[in-house]
Design a binder for this molecule. Structure first.
Ligand code: ATP
Ligand code: I3S
Length: 272
């Protein structure tokens, strides 16, 4: 297959994966358009090397050049945000129906907003399905709102403390993963809308993260925010920032959990 573009050099990809055989058939070319953060986390040498052995080649899309002039690609893998990029991808999809675009902007738009993201879970209506699947009670504070009005909004909505505050927009930046924990509603006026406020759900300081790709399902355990007791709530005030809760570094897969906790947690998986 012909290639016009920078091919992931593979120079650092010396690590051979056990059990992999070198591919000798038709190649699949994946054009990728990712942030430098995502390139670092996703396009790891061990991964691109494994992919190469299976005939999958990653080629960087040059954002300074028109997309239709690049390739040919079999797949476009992108995670960039913004209307301009969405238009480029949509236009490319129309002109190149033979290329698989993962994911078309229209199909993932609702995931860029924490309110619309969780609406799908609500719509599934799994309130009585071998247990309870629900989302935390939440309130959206739009960007037009004056932060000083947040305490009033919270009281009006009857939200119970403590509250978790998250950026409304999810755009893959480190800032969009930030989370704030507020023990009293007044300190919420220090935060910057647009926000989603959620009631804090005690979940034993652990959560299960489930990855699904086609038929393959992988479940991992992560340490999370610990339970907050009524006593603690009555003694603590203020808003606390957590840059990244339950990230990969907080893996609890090897933790020796009390079996009783593990069983309880099994029934407490929460959608956040
Ligand atoms: N309402 C809540 N009550 C208690 N803990 C919460 C709540 N919301 C989030 N958390 C904790 O904070 C973590 C991060 O929440 P967030 O909503 O940012 O998850 P996410 O966007 O699904 O995370 P990721 O970006 O890793 O996919 C959760 O995994 C959970 O441990
Ligand atoms: O490492 P896990 O627990 O799987 O969490 C991932 C999040 O679920 C993703 O949302 C992050 O990607 P974005 O930052 O592009 O949203 C992703 O960011 P990363 O690719 O920069 O590591 C991870 O934080």
């Amino acid at each position: 297959m012909r290639l016009n573009g920078e091919i992931s050099s593979g120079e650092d990809e010396k690590e051979k994966q056990p059990g992999t055989t070198t591919f000798s058939g038709q190649k699949v070319v994946v054009g990728y358009a990712l942030t430098s953060k995502k390139k670092k986390s996703f396009l790891q040498p061990s991964f691109t090397s494994l992919a190469r052995n299976k005939g999958i080649i990653f080629v960087a899309v040059d954002l300074k050049k028109p997309l239709p002039e690049q390739g040919p690609f079999d797949i476009i893998l992108h995670k960039l945000s913004g209307e301009e990029w969405d238009d480029i991808i949509e236009d490319y999809r129309q002109k190149h129906p033979e290329v698989t675009v993962l994911d078309p902007p229209d199909a993932i738009r609702h995931l860029h907003n924490r309110q619309s993201m969780l609406q799908d879970v609500v719509d599934l209506n799994l309130s009585d399905c071998h247990g309870k699947v629900s989302i935390p009670r939440q309130l959206v504070i739009t960007k037009e709102k004056d932060p000083s009005s947040i305490p009033y909004e919270v009281t009006k909505a009857g939200m119970k403390l403590p509250l978790v505050a998250k950026p409304l927009v999810v755009d893959g930046t480190a800032k969009s993963h930030e989370l704030f924990l507020a023990y009293d509603e007044f300190s919420l006026s220090e935060l910057e809308p647009p926000l989603v406020l959620q009631e804090f759900v005690n979940h034993g300081g652990l959560l299960f993260k489930i990855y699904v790709v086609g038929e393959t399902i992988k479940v991992v355990r992560r340490f999370s925010l610990p339970n907050i007791s009524k006593r603690e709530l009555s003694k603590v005030a203020g808003v606390f920032r957590f840059p990244r809760v339950s990230c990969a570094a907080a893996s609890a897969d090897d933790a020796d959990l009390d079996p009783n906790i593990a069983v309880t947690l099994h029934f407490q998986m929460i959608y956040t």
